[in-house]
Design a protein around this ligand. Structure first.
Ligand SMILES: NCc1[nH]cc(CCC(=O)O)c1CC(=O)O
Length: 318
């Protein structure tokens, strides 16, 4: 049986705690990582936390580009409802897929230590070595625009589905190359494939590689339990990157890239905004104190103010 001495009896959690997750293999791997960190931090047995798979609309609708489905919260809506209905106690998310504006009743209570933030190129050894005119399979506006900004000769083809589906599509020749997050591949144990693309030449998505755990804002017991595994450096980076996105009015469907790292006791952030066809790129960089997320927002607003219409039309700013 699971016992806990970390909480006074009155606030001791009710076991098993219900951890909500999407159903994709990557989501399940991330949920297992969150569960392992929580049970280790609190000295619990593995039966203290039960995974509760929830079907997200983004997973259900596979045949159309996400931007076209248009609805926001494609990855979070159903897990939010499960949280608010108390069917689960907390939910695990890829922070890259979590909208910048969240319901007031929900809080990001823990961020796991950030994994590799980089993208991986599959199908060619480097961007330069992709054959002229080749097809790039991606449905991410940031990846499409960034690739076209470097290689305007390439052709982007839509490429949705989970990691395994995309690799299978590449295998059968639906595209010549594709791009995936190194973090996702690592979590799925697929480490041997592709070539990592290093920043600043190729920039990742805001919040890429970060796993967040959310709970109800008024659930103090769960918040305390989750706070025990919160990673401060990751929180500082994600706070800055989400402040940037919020200032841009950007979403995970916007052609924006950001790379943040700790340097000399502060944060350094590189940002690039693209026109969707990649023809125009505006980059900028800022150095600021670790907790100064407002400086990241300021960088975003400055880039947007200076950007031509081909870029600014795709952001609405704040
Ligand atoms: N949009 C899907 C998605 N959301 C998070 C990841 C990877 C894991 C991460 O970035 O934390 C992926 C797959 C991918 O982009 O290759």
């Amino acid at each position: 049986m699971t016992t806990s001495t970390a909480f006074p009896a009155a606030t001791r959690p009710q076991f098993p705690l219900r951890l909500g997750t999407r159903r994709s293999p990557l989501a399940i791997a991330q949920a297992e990582e969150a569960k392992a960190r929580l049970t280790a931090a609190h000295g619990w047995d593995s039966d203290a936390i039960e995974l509760v798979p929830v079907l997200a609309s983004g997973d259900r609708i596979q045949d159309r580009p996400l931007a076209e489905i248009g609805g926001k919260a494609l990855w979070t809506k159903e897990l939010d409802a499960a949280l608010l209905d108390q069917r689960i106690d907390f939910a695990v998310h890829s922070m890259k897929d979590v909208e910048t504006r969240r319901p007031e009743q929900i809080t990001i209570a823990a961020l796991l230590p950030r994994a590799d933030v980089r993208d991986v190129l599959i199908g060619a050894a480097s961007i330069r070595q992709i054959p002229v005119g080749a097809r790039v399979g991606t449905s991410a506006p940031r990846r499409a625009a960034q690739m076209l900004s470097l290689r305007p000769d390439l052709v982007v083809v839509g490429f949705r589905g989970n990691v395994a589906t995309r690799l299978a599509k590449l295998q059968v020749g639906e595209a010549d190359v594709t791009l995936l997050a190194a973090a996702g591949l690592q979590r799925l144990g697929q480490t041997g494939i592709g070539h990592v693309l290093d920043p600043p030449d190729w920039l990742p998505a805001p919040a890429q590689g970060a796993i967040g755990i959310e709970c109800r804002a008024d659930d103090d017991r769960t918040r305390t339990m989750l706070a025990a595994i919160d990673d401060a450096p990751t929180r500082a980076q994600i706070r800055a990157e989400r402040a940037l996105l919020l200032a841009l009015g950007g979403t995970c469907h916007s052609p924006v890239a950001a790379w943040t790292r700790q340097e000399n006791g502060g944060l350094v952030m590189d940002v690039a905004l693209f026109s969707p066809d990649g023809a125009i790129r505006r980059g900028g960089s800022a150095r600021f104190a670790t907790h100064d997320a407002a400086a990241a927002a300021e960088l975003g607003r400055r880039l947007l103010t200076e950007a031509p219409r081909a870029i600014s039309a795709f952001f609405h700013g704040s």
